[in-house]
Design a protein around this ligand. Structure first.
Ligand SMILES: *Cc1c(COP(=O)(O)O)cnc(C)c1O
Length: 424
């Protein structure tokens, strides 16, 4: 069966034909391709095509797909069994690596997804502070837990509205949603509600509406307000952790959160999340403390083997300067083509994170991001796909480069990008 036939068949058995909505290509129209296998920087589709991949399974594939040392680690773990349900050495090794690399990490807990990690951070912040309110920012995505799947209410400083059916108003009302990079809104929010705020959660480099770069001083303001009011600062580094630097955005920006959620790269391609932070707060978790958090498969030996192998590769190869060079090479190719064609675009970058907005304005928050041309992105996306390059099937996602992308891949991509822009 080809991709179209497979998708039609899947729709009979899987809700919407996919196990995560963005995979359905709804944001660019059309139907998704099915993947047969992945290797290095490439996806091989069920239609017999080979694509240079800049989605990289949405971030985890920092070292490319099917990396030989990660695969070898999984294979040797597999020989010992797939799940223990007792403490194991793999979990210890993983925890040590996270604590060594992530500045705020004094203690760690493993989860099975990024969603579980952020959800656990929120519960821990509420338990620790004995307060109910959570502050988040519009455009930041923290997985699909109820308290965080909340959008801004009307007006700058209102309690949130559910971003999905099935989330009670009462739960959404405990989340305050602010515009990112809005210093005054943060000040006002703390003035009004500071004593009731359990925690402020954010992606320090918001990368789920395309990329938004924090204005100088914004992260520092959040740190100082949280300290002043006894609220916890929670960085969701599920994307930026081990992606923009060995120590994540907190190391790059030199801002220390109280808690940090991790995921994606730390699973080496298997399902994993983790959260970590200050010792005294992390000791408030069960079994030491009163905040409950658990997982049948948390710390799974295969996932620990894959993740540990990935983090060891980080330490051995320090890929960040090279990843940044590659991302900049691609951004420059797009910018040059756009200039030739007099198309106004934005290509924000943070470390190797990049995105493309067809937008004349600098994108400092979600509201501006939403004014980007979806139609142009859609055309750009399909020209790239036809040319053999897979970028995110949505104008509000970012591009991921990996250590496996070769200069040949990049040169090829630059040509495809240029042609795609010039054909707009
Ligand atoms: C992907 C993502 C999550 C959710 O992780 P899952 O493993 O999909 O549950 C949370 N936060 C951010 C910033 C993410 O990009």
């Amino acid at each position: 069966m080809n991709s179209l036939e497979l998708f039609n068949e899947s729709k009979k058995y899987i809700s919407g034909g996919v196990n995560s909505p963005v995979r359905a290509f709804g944001n660019v129209g059309g139907t998704p391709f099915f993947t047969d296998r992945v290797d290095g920087a490439r996806i091989f589709t069920c239609d017999g095509r080979s694509l240079v991949d800049y989605v990289c399974t949405w971030g985890p594939a920092l070292f490319g797909h099917n990396n030989p040392s990660i695969r070898a680690a999984i294979e040797s773990a597999l020989a010992k069994g797939t799940s223990f349900g007792t403490p194991s050495v793999g979990e210890l090794e993983m925890a040590k690596l996270i604590i060594e690399m992530i500045p705020c990490a004094e203690l760690v807990r493993m989860t099975n997804s990024g969603t579980e990690a952020t959800m656990s951070c929120v519960r821990l912040a509420r338990g620790w502070t004995k307060r109910d309110l959570i502050v988040k920012f519009s455009g930041c995505y923290h997985g699909h837990c109820d308290s965080l799947l909340v959008k801004a209410g009307s007006g700058a400083l209102t309690f949130g509205n559910p971003d999905s059916a099935g989330i009670p108003e009462g739960i959404a009302a405990l989340t305050i949603v602010l515009p990112f990079n809005d210093f005054a809104a943060v000040e006002e929010c703390f003035e009004k509600f500071g004593e009731r705020i359990a925690g402020v959660i954010l992606e320090p480099y918001p990368a789920n509406v395309g990329l938004i770069v924090p204005l100088p001083g914004f992260l520092q303001l959040l740190r100082s307000k949280c300290t002043q009011y006894g609220s916890l600062l929670i960085f969701d580094e599920v994307i930026s952790g081990f992606r923009v630097a060995e120590g994540g955005a907190q190391a790059r920006e030199n801002v220390m959160p109280d808690l940090c959620a991790l995921g994606k790269i730390i699973g080496g391609g298997l399902p994993v999340g983790a959260f970590c932070g200050r010792r005294d707060i992390m000791e408030y978790l069960s079994p030491l403390g009163p905040v409950y958090q658990a997982g049948t498969l948390s710390g799974n030996p295969l996932a620990m083997a894959a993740g540990t192998a990935a983090l060891k590769l980080v330490k051995q190869t320090m890929p960040y300067a090279e990843l940044e060079r590659k991302a900049k090479f691609l951004a420059d190719a797009i910018k040059d083509a756009a200039k030739q064609k007099s198309i106004e675009i934005q290509t924000p970058m943070a470390g190797s994170l990049i995105s493309v907005f067809f937008n004349p304005e600098r994108v400092d928050n979600m509201e501006i991001a939403m004014r980007s041309s979806k139609q142009m992105y859609k055309k750009f996306f399909y020209s790239c796909l036809e040319g053999g390059v897979y970028i995110a099937p949505s104008p509000f996602e970012i591009a991921f480069v990996s250590a496996a992308h070769t200069q040949e891949d990049l040169d090829f991509t630059a040509e495809v990008f240029t042609k795609a822009i010039l054909s707009l």
